[in-house]
Design a protein around this ligand. Structure first.
Ligand code: DGT
Ligand code: MG
Length: 590
């Protein structure tokens, strides 16, 4: 878990992104604020009317009855207004919060998903998912606290001091000093306590992590009968969390103890003075009752202050992680200068150098290669040679360190990203699917395709063989990341997508590596048809699959060490390709 530092919160940043969405609902928002202020003011004003009532009633004559009745009618009117304002304020707040939270989730998701491949390689998807929810929830938490506690506390606190001032200034000073000391103590105490909040939060995420790790490895636990061992490991983490939580709760209780101690002292001091003033005839009984009433209400409000401060820090810390992501510019910038249409498919790499972030070794260095229109090339080479990196660069998933890549003579960094990627069909090494139906997954290749076209592509990729045996056929859900399909089945779905996309440049990265030889031979047929008239880049470890390519390029540590046709390369006495070919026993197919 990321270390939290509450003293360096990017509050401005969080507020900027919150406001970006919240301002769309500014009228309900102002409505809530005004209604909250008004009804909190009534909380102070209504007891004041009762003071009048006591005064009238204690005069003890019959003309007082009608006056008393008009007072309670007025009180009824005030209570009714307060009820109306409080209820409509709650509706406005619900409307405002629900809409803004939805807007914040959309804002966060839509920006996040535009980040580059490297961004996602460096961030766990689970933690990103969590950040989006925390971001929206933080908004809810902070607006809840402000509207339910913060703003009412401010208005009622000030209102009470002013109301008492009009009656008896001396007591308003005592009230004001008491509020100040009470709030100051809470603020200092909570700030001190924050570091223990952090420790408790870290312990919580350690527990979550430990649970997830163990549950995720349930298969190994069963296989190696690790139940006892895991119980002990996870148990220790849980106990450690308990110790930290208990300490944190004790601290909280400590604050409550200090605060209630203050309250009992101030109550005593006030009534001590009251008795003196009463003896001198300076204060009447109704005013004493009113003072007591205000005091009790104020205590209630002041106690919520600790929760406000805590929610304030927590919400900003929770929202900040997402705000920082929103503030991080995209690594791959889209500055469309030149659209490419009717692509013929010439691909040129010119002195390309590329180094992965936090990785010192150059994957490609001064790499040049020209693939003429419609040529079918194969890339071979040992694992880690840079084959996948080569094709990722062509799709502009990363920016080059130096050099350029051209398609039909146009630098790919000048082509709008969507336009560039529309022209390339890619079958990845390890396809991942959406947890949606097979039909939807295949249609992802071209989302405007008709059902017939999708079925045809599936048939060409030999998907129909396994899909027909599934209970819901094309309507079958494939599980998270496609987990319910075998590796070979996922590859066939990915091939069907590429067939459906039918783009002028085709890239197959180990596209048939998980298939049995029989299915592979069948799919090779379909692929051969697909490759017709297209510039094709095939990456393969199984050399039998690339024999027919126009040109074979052998990579080693990001450099081309051999190239030529299959015949040329197998005739080279001490070539790497020949060695690999011989090792694979002539590539199965002699
Ligand atoms: P394969 O698929 O095992 O046959 O290997 P290739 O040739 O496709 O290798 P490639 O291009 O995936 O990786 C080349 C080198 O780059 C290898 O040393 C690992 C490193 N690498 C690959 N992907 C990443 C990445 O996302 N981040 C970092 N930092 N390094 C990466
Ligand atoms: Mg690879």
């Amino acid at each position: 878990m990321q270390e939290r530092d509450y003293s360096k919160l990017h509050r401005g940043l969080v507020l900027k992104y919150f406001w970006q969405v919240a301002r769309r609902f500014k009228w309900p928002f102002f409505n809530v604020i005004i209604l909250t202020i008004a009804n909190s003011a009534l909380d102070v004003f209504i007891p004041f009317q009762y003071l009048k009532l006591w005064n009238v009633l204690s005069a003890n004559n019959f003309t007082a009855v009608s006056e008393a009745k008009s007072i309670i009618l007025f009180v009824l009117f005030l209570n009714f207004s307060r009820w109306l304002m409080r209820r409509s304020g709650s509706f406005s707040l619900a409307y405002f919060q629900a809409n803004t939270m939805a807007g914040l989730r959309e804002q966060a998701f839509s920006y996040l998903i535009g980040h580059s491949h490297s961004f996602f390689a460096n961030n766990f998807s689970g933690s990103l998912t969590q950040r989006i929810s925390k971001y929206a929830r933080a908004f809810e938490k902070i607006t809840d606290r402000i509207m339910a506690d913060g703003l009412p506390l401010l208005v009622r606190g000030l209102g009470t001091v002013i109301a008492i001032y009009t009656l008896f200034p001396k007591y308003s000073y005592i009230f004001a000093i008491f509020c100040f000391v009470f709030l100051l103590t809470a603020a200092i105490y909570i700030r001190y306590k924050l570091k223990y909040d952090v420790i408790a939060a870290e312990a919580d995420s350690r527990t979550t992590g430990a649970l997830a790790d163990s549950i995720g490895n349930h298969a190994s636990i069963q296989l190696f009968t690790g139940h006892q061992h895991e119980n002990k490991l996870v148990g220790e983490v849980i106990q450690d969390q308990k110790r930290k939580i208990v300490f944190n709760w004790y601290l909280w209780e400590g604050l409550q103890a200090i605060q209630s101690f203050y309250s009992l002292i101030v109550e005593f001091v006030i009534f001590w003075f009251v008795i003196g003033d009463w003896k001198l005839g300076l204060i009447t009984l109704p005013v004493i009752v009113l003072l007591q009433n205000y005091l009790i209400r104020l205590f209630d409000n002041l106690y919520s202050f600790g929760a406000i401060v805590r929610a304030y820090y927590e919400s900003f810390a929770d929202a900040e992680e997402m705000a920082v992501i929103l503030d991080t510019p995209y690594e791959i910038t889209d500055k469309p200068k030149q659209m490419i249409e009717n692509v013929k498919g010439e691909v040129v790499f010119e002195n390309v150098t590329y180094v992965y972030e936090n990785n010192n070794s150059k994957v490609l260095e001064n790499f040049s290669l020209k693939i003429p229109v419609g040529q079918k090339i194969a890339l071979v080479g040992s694992s880690g040679a840079g084959k996948t990196t080569f094709v990722r660069l062509l799709m502009r998933l990363f920016n080059l360190n130096s050099g350029r890549i051209l398609i039909d003579g146009v630098n790919i960094s000048d082509i709008p990203l969507a336009n560039l990627r529309e022209k390339i069909a890619f079958v990845p090494q390890d396809p991942v699917l959406f947890h949606r139906t097979l039909l939807e997954n295949i249609r992802y290749g071209r989302r405007t395709a008709s059902n017939e076209e999708v079925l045809e592509a599936a048939r060409l990729a030999h998907c129909d063989q396994f899909i027909d045996s599934l209970p819901f056929r094309y309507e079958t859900y494939v599980g998270e990341r496609g987990i319910k399909l075998s590796g070979g089945e996922r590859q066939r779905v990915a091939i069907a997508r590429a067939i459906l996309k039918n783009a002028p440049i085709l890239i197959l990265d180990e596209a048939t590596s998980s298939l049995d030889s029989h299915s592979e031979a069948l799919i090779q047929d379909a692929l051969r048809t697909l490759m017709k008239g297209k510039t094709t880049i095939v990456i393969a470890h199984r050399l039998s699959t690339i024999r027919e390519m126009d040109r074979i390029i052998v990579l080693k540590k990001g450099k081309i060490i051999e190239e030529g046709t299959h015949e040329e390369l197998t005739n080279k006495a001490d070539g790497l390709y020949k060695k690999l070919w011989d090792l694979q026993a002539g590539g199965f197919v002699k």
